[in-house]
Ligand binder design. Structure first.
Ligand SMILES: [Zn+2]
Length: 77
């Protein structure tokens, strides 16, 4: 009887894992897509022309990008 319960437990655990697996797979894919976007999207500093990843750049209201706050402030009024 003990062995039967163990098999039933393993079967139940496998079934739960199989049911939640698509959720984990889609989450991983979404993370990969975000990573690719970060690497691919490069923007140019409006002040000095330096190219940098969009996620590290600072954007102003007119959608100009800057490499640092000092350069952003030189164009702010
Ligand atoms: Zn700059």
């Amino acid at each position: 009887m003990g062995l039967f319960r163990l098999i039933l437990f393993i079967l139940a655990a496998w079934l739960i894992w199989w049911l939640i697996r698509p959720f984990f797979a889609s989450t991983k894919k979404r993370v990969d897509e975000q990573k690719n976007e970060k690497i691919d999207t490069m923007v140019r500093c409006h002040h000095c022309g330096l190219n940098l990843p969009k996620n590290e750049a600072i954007a102003d209201d007119a959608e100009h990008y800057y490499c640092c706050e000092a350069h952003l402030n030189t164009h702010k009024k």
